[in-house]
Design a protein. Structure first.
Length: 116
């Protein structure tokens, strides 16, 4: 059991360090893709002009790069509100029994210290 606890104590900080360092390492992939794709491509048309097109992928969203730790997580829950159509039903009582708020009887299993 202690060995599992030691492994868990080692594993948890490594997860946090990985979550902090992985976006920084991942940013080098974006730099490499930017340098590799930053080439001008010539397209020859039937006209006398040559067109240069540059493909810019820097405006793409990356979920790994936008990952941030926050002290408070904002969660949104979908709530449903159910409405119950209820009708008022009047009951007619032919037999009624009166209930007293005080106990009239004795239960020996419910013993307490005597009153002094």
């Amino acid at each position: 059991m202690k060995k599992n606890f030691k492994i868990l104590n080692l594993f948890m900080p490594l997860i946090v360090v990985f979550a902090i360092l992985f976006p920084a390492i991942h940013s080098y992939e974006h730099i490499q893709n930017h340098n590799a794709a930053h080439k001008c491509i010539q397209h020859y048309n039937y006209s006398s002009k040559t067109e240069f097109k540059v493909h810019d992928h820097s405006n793409e969203e990356c979920a790994i790069c936008h990952f941030k730790f926050s002290p408070v997580g904002t969660f949104s829950f979908v709530t449903f509100q159910f409405y119950k159509n209820s009708t008022i039903i009047h009951f007619v009582h032919f037999y009624s029994k009166s209930y007293s708020p005080f106990f009239k009887g004795s239960l020996f299993s419910l013993r307490a210290p005597p009153i002094v």
